[in-house]
Design a protein around this ligand. Structure first.
Ligand code: ADE
Length: 229
């Protein structure tokens, strides 16, 4: 999979060099390219924002650098890219959407800052590929970079070969619409706290039943909205 990220703070993405995703890049499983939006400006100050038409607080990202950035990346693509713009006003990014996006050949993340990107950019991007505005939750970040990092990690680990043991992807929170069951390791007694005896019983059927029950109990307590879905 190819992933491009466009940002005015490209160093946010430096951490993609470490951990599992760093290894996946080295192994050639993911081709990540990070771009500085200001490389597509042409004035001395490398301006990327301007005041909003109609007035109001804050600044809006100008369309011209975005247009050139999207053109350059789309021209250089072997497929029709999926453009993802992180936004608190977007559709909510979920595990199901991570799974869907993990099958794409080419994802392009466009990180907005300030009050957002001139709306015409999304319309233009739709001529070059599929456009998705995506929120990672109902709260507001200073810009899209941290949201994009979260999405790249969630999507990247679903690409075959990135996570060493694919079984660990199956038994996770959200994979089957429920939260994950609790986990324990040695010692069996720690600071007066015991591991649930069923886990020491060696009875695999009983362990499976207990884990499933725990998933339902936890989901009902912590995330009743998931059960309703
Ligand atoms: N940009 C600012 N807040 C965001 C959020 N919650 N999700 C995605 N992008 C954002």
């Amino acid at each position: 999979m190819r992933i491009d990220a466009i940002s005015i703070f490209p160093s946010y993405f430096d951490v993609l060099e470490v951990s599992l995703l760093g290894k996946a890049r080295l192994a050639g499983l993911i081709d990540v390219r990070v771009h500085d939006l200001r490389d597509w400006t042409h004035d001395r100050h490398r301006t990327v924002d301007d005041t909003p038409y109609g007035g109001g607080a804050g600044m809006v990202m100008k369309p011209e650098p975005w247009g050139e950035a999207l053109d350059a990346i789309a021209t250089d693509s072997e497929s029709r890219p999926v453009f993802i713009f992180p936004s608190p006003a977007g559709e909510v990014f979920t595990q199901a959407k991570a799974r869907e996006l993990a099958t794409a050949e080419h994802l392009v993340f466009g990180c907005g800052r300030y009050e957002g990107i001139d709306e015409r950019v999304f319309d233009y991007a739709a001529e070059l590929g599929e456009v998705r505005l995506m929120s990672i939750g109902d709260y507001v970040l200073n810009g899209g970079e941290v949201a994009v990092m979260a999405m790249i990690e969630a999507i990247g680990r679903l690409i075959p070969g990135v996570v060493g043991n694919p079984e660990s992807l199956v038994e996770e929170s959200h994979e089957d619409g429920l939260l994950e069951y609790p986990s324990y390791t040695k010692p069996s007694l720690w600071r007066g706290r015991e591991v649930p005896p069923v886990l020491l019983s060696g009875n695999h059927g009983a362990v499976d039943t207990w884990r499933r029950d725990q998933q339902v109990i936890r989901t009902r307590e912590r995330r009743p909205d998931l059960l309703a879905d």
